[in-house]
Design a protein around this ligand. Structure first.
Ligand SMILES: C[S@@+](CC[C@H](N)C(=O)[O-])C[C@H]1O[C@@H](n2cnc3c(N)ncnc32)[C@H](O)[C@@H]1O
Length: 228
């Protein structure tokens, strides 16, 4: 399942509506955004190098650039239209932002990063490619670096997954969205794994301090560090 053509096509189409839609599709999206920069353990005055894998319209890149005035961020994405929106949203940060088009499942995304973040993106990869990606992210980090991933995940058991899916559809409906339509798209196109399995893969890749920082139904923020 390496062909991500359908993912790219979808995000090319959705780029202009993404920011309006996303809070109605992802529960507690803003709460997640508030938490993520606070999980980064570095001094604010440090000159940091960061990458946002699957940056979309740029929210995580923005949060890093805002919190760390000397940080440089690579915003990496498959979809050119998403990168265009990211460029618009992050106007004013041009000197510290590099936009890069590519597929992080197969393309080189550089190295020497203190921070790697990813949001709602890695679940598009199959389990084998996710596992390999975590090894590549580990290698791409500098000693002392941190990786944080917020993503759609499966529950620990099929029963929990089923319950989470029901509550997720309810959430989308309560926001006026067609929960069934979005959920069917998700079933057709997305390949999430549990947070527990992915944290094991992080440990296997060499990450330490692996932790699930936040969790709500089928959404989680988890990550780990590369020993300094
Ligand atoms: C749901 S959006 C998330 C945007 C943002 N990170 C956030 O947290 O809101 C997912 C983004 O990941 C990108 N993406 C998905 N798979 C990718 C891959 N293999 N390589 C690069 N970008 C990818 C899509 O093009 C899309 O812009």
């Amino acid at each position: 399942m390496r062909d991500l053509g359908h993912v790219q096509t979808n995000f090319e189409k959705q780029a202009s509506i993404y920011d309006d839609c996303i809070t109605k599709l992802i529960p507690k999206y803003r709460e997640q955004n508030e938490l993520i920069p606070k999980l980064i353990p570095f001094d604010r005055e440090r000159g940091l190098s960061a990458i946002d894998l699957g940056c979309g319209t740029g929210i995580l890149a923005y949060l890093i650039l805002q919190r760390y005035p000397k940080a440089r961020v690579i915003a990496f994405d498959l979809a050119g239209n998403m990168l265009e929106e990211c460029k618009k949203n992050l106007a004013g940060f041009e000197k510290r932002l590099i936009l890069k088009k590519g597929d992080f499942g197969i393309d080189d995304f550089g190295s020497g990063y203190d921070i790697a973040v990813s949001g709602l993106s890695i679940h598009h990869l199959d389990s084998v490619t996710k596992r390999r990606l975590y090894q590549r992210i580990y290698r791409a980090l500098s000693p002392g670096g941190i990786f944080i991933n917020r993503d759609i995940v499966l529950g620990k058991t099929p029963v929990l997954t089923e319950e989470y899916h029901e509550r997720w559809r309810d959430y989308m409906r309560s926001c006026g969205e067609d929960g069934k339509m979005w959920f069917n798209k998700y079933l057709e196109q997305d390949t999430p794994d549990s947070a527990e399995d992915q944290m094991e893969w992080l440990k296997e890749a060499g990450f330490t301090e692996v932790e699930c920082y936040w969790r709500y139904i089928n959404f989680a923020i988890f990550g780990g560090r590369k020993a300094g």
